[in-house]
Design a protein around this ligand. Structure first.
Ligand SMILES: NC(=O)C1=CN([C@@H]2O[C@H](COP(=O)(O)OP(=O)(O)OC[C@H]3O[C@@H](n4cnc5c(N)ncnc54)[C@H](O)[C@@H]3O)[C@@H](O)[C@H]2O)C=CC1
Ligand SMILES: O=C([O-])CC(=O)C(=O)O
Length: 317
């Protein structure tokens, strides 16, 4: 699949290296470059992953460096650099440190790979996506935040575990920002076409919604750092949709320009992914309760954007 393509991953930590591993094993692209401040470890991981590919018949070229020159001519740049949270922290606590890191990275990406589509992963995801768009002065469809696929796959897992059947057949939909105010949508969730609302009681669905909202924190509580297998898998889904121009629909964080009634803010909505990045934004009909939840989520992200503005993070135009 997409053999001529090049993907660069900034940050060769848990999420970045796992994305690299999956892309190489799935033969999703021709070349992968990982960039990290800690160059030696990144080079070691690149070698290790390369040596895993041969039995799989993959001929993906994998390298690592701290020098951004190596990302030139990338089709996609994925940003996973920055701090993960520790137990007791919220994603929002990472705002200032990761916003500063992201801004510096975007400056390099604009120099060495100005035409690449950017996928943001670092947290707090929606605000970091906004920073990347503004720092690079990108058209909005070319910077896309990864979170909705992860949150939806967590909800799907909790649903099949609750039901005790339907594993791999559940489709769940989560909109909204990647925080405690995300908006799981049971009305748009089903098990092989059977509506979730016909299979579980309101109380059981509420439990699943709560577990989904706190799915990231649950893992941080167990591991002392955040999840990476499911986040990497979700990112790979986005990369493959873009590289293969599949025009698949996924929930992703994008800059809204009137959709759902909001402007100049980033939030998670269903989008069509293709070779231009976001090809379309899908506007789901939301009932009053869903609209109210989405408004709360937008407000939470806007509070973070306001903090960045107060700290003079964005240059005055
Ligand atoms: N959007 C989502 O759903 C998810 C987001 N995340 C976020 O992704 C980020 C990465 O998480 P992990 O990989 O677990 O962290 P990690 O600590 O394992 O890796 C981060 C890497 O970034 C590197 N780094 C830091 N500053 C850098 C810079 N200026 N330039 C290049 N590299 C730099 C570090 O050396 C490290 O290797 C975190 O912010 C985390 O919160 C994690 C999981 C899911
Ligand atoms: O929970 C975290 O900090 C990492 C993340 O965004 C997730 O796993 O959903």
């Amino acid at each position: 699949m997409s053999q001529g393509k090049k993907v660069s991953i900034i940050g060769a930590g848990n999420v970045g290296a796992t994305i690299c591993y999956w892309l190489a094993m799935r033969k999703s692209c021709r070349e992968i470059v990982m960039i990290d401040l800690v160059e030696g470890v990144a080079i070691g991981k690149a070698l290790d992953i390369s040596q895993a590919t041969s039995p799989e018949g993959s001929h993906t070229l994998i390298s690592a460096s701290s020098d951004y020159q190596h990302i030139s001519n990338s089709d996609i740049v994925v940003i996973t650099a920055g701090s993960p949270r520790k137990p007791g922290m919220s994603r929002d606590d990472l705002l200032m440190i990761n916003a500063k890191i992201t801004k510096g990275i975007i400056e390099q990406v604009k120099i060495y790979s100005p035409d690449a589509i950017v996928i943001t992963v670092s947290n707090p995801l929606d605000a970091i996506t906004y920073v990347a768009i503004k720092a690079g002065n990108y058209p909005r469809g070319r910077v896309i935040g990864m979170a909705g696929i992860l949150d939806s796959s967590r909800m799907e897992t909790f649903i099949s575990r609750k039901l005790g059947f339907g594993y791999g057949q559940v489709t769940a939909s989560v909109m909204g920002g990647h925080g405690d105010d995300m908006v799981p949508l049971p009305r748009y969730s089903s098990v092989n076409g059977v509506a979730l609302t016909d299979l579980l009681s309101d109380l059981e669905i509420d439990e699943i919604i709560d577990k989904t909202r706190h799915g990231g924190a649950e893992i941080v509580g167990y591991m002392g750092t955040s999840a990476y297998y499911a986040p990497a898998n979700s990112t790979v889904k986005m990369i493959e949709a873009i590289l293969s121009d599949s025009r698949a629909v996924f929930p992703c964080a994008v800059l809204l320009d009137g959709e759902y009634g909001y402007h100049d803010t980033v939030n998670g909505v269903p989008v069509v992914l293709g070779s231009n990045g976001v090809e379309e934004i899908v506007e789901l009909p939301l009932n009053l309760n869903e609209q109210h939840q989405f408004a709360k989520s937008v407000n939470s992200v806007n509070v973070l954007l306001e903090t960045l503005r107060k700290n003079e993070f964005f240059p005055v135009k």
